[in-house]
Design a protein around this ligand. Structure first.
Ligand SMILES: NC(=O)c1ccc[n+]([C@@H]2O[C@H](COP(=O)([O-])OP(=O)(O)OC[C@H]3O[C@@H](n4cnc5c(N)ncnc54)[C@H](OP(=O)(O)O)[C@@H]3O)[C@@H](O)[C@H]2O)c1
Length: 217
């Protein structure tokens, strides 16, 4: 299979990249070239690194995705400023919306217009931020709400499309600051969650939504 992972250099995306079996080719997308190159020496699948910043290189990435012609696309990048909405610079909120929602919507739109569509697209929501407010993370949470709205609308519009929403709880990755209070209640192991993501992607849960609890039980 040909698999594109957007947000492959660290966190959940890097864990996923490492477990994909050898008979696959992965287009691994992120901003940091050195991390992508290091990742490539640590995977079973053949990795094609592609450096792109979703906040400004989306056209470049769409062209690359078109040429790569993925069977499956995992859109796993996301983030945003932490703190009171008004205290953060407007450009940082725009970044969160661009990276967490607009670029993902544009990737889906372009994929649906390809001659040969990917057979599956997986969006990454958040059990914490896609269905309720997340104080001090308003732009991140609003991007995740929008992503869920896009997923639910497209599912109704086009039931034949295998568009899935994967919504983890708190993960032990760099996205969650080391001193974040929520860590005391327990966080999910990104390696284990990536294994579940891969198994779920192969399973026949057409258009499904995998929703985690905030903390592991
Ligand atoms: N961590 C959590 O507690 C948690 C909870 C629920 C949902 N999620 C969701 O799970 C997904 C994965 O999160 P994670 O915790 O693995 O995050 P992470 O550790 O911060 O990794 C994010 C990945 O996205 C890439 N990325 C970030 N900004 C980018 C940009 N502008 N352009 C291209 N690539 C970019 C990063 O690589 P570079 O820095 O090299 O670009 C990295 O590979 C996200 O959608 C997140 O919202 C996370």
């Amino acid at each position: 299979m040909r698999i594109a992972i957007i947000g492959a250099s660290r966190g959940l995306g890097a864990c996923l990249c490492k477990i994909i079996p050898e008979n696959n080719t992965v287009l691994a997308v992120a901003r940091k070239r050195e991390l992508l190159e290091k990742l490539g020496s640590n995977t079973k699948a053949k990795v094609q690194p592609f450096v792109a910043d979703l906040s400004r290189d989306i056209r470049l990435l769409l062209d690359e995705l078109d040429a790569f012609s993925a069977d499956v696309i995992f859109c796993l990048a996301g983030g945003g400023p932490f703190g009171a909405f008004e205290s953060k610079a407007w450009k940082d909120h725009v970044w969160a919306w661009q990276v967490g929602f607009l670029s993902v919507a544009q990737i889906v739109h372009a994929a649906l217009n390809q001659k040969v569509r990917p057979r599956q697209i997986v969006l990454c929501g958040s059990a914490v931020a896609e269905q309720a407010g997340d104080p001090n993370a308003a732009s991140y949470a609003s991007a995740k709400h929008a992503l869920r709205g896009l997923y639910e609308s497209l599912k109704l519009e086009n039931p034949a499309l295998d568009l899935r929403l994967f919504s983890p709880g708190y993960l032990d990755t760099e996205l969650l600051p080391k001193n974040a209070e929520v860590r005391y209640k327990g966080v999910w192991d990104p390696q284990k969650v990536a294994e579940e993501l891969w198994t779920w992607s192969l399973a026949s849960d057409h258009g499904g939504h995998r929703l985690y609890t905030h903390h592991p039980k």
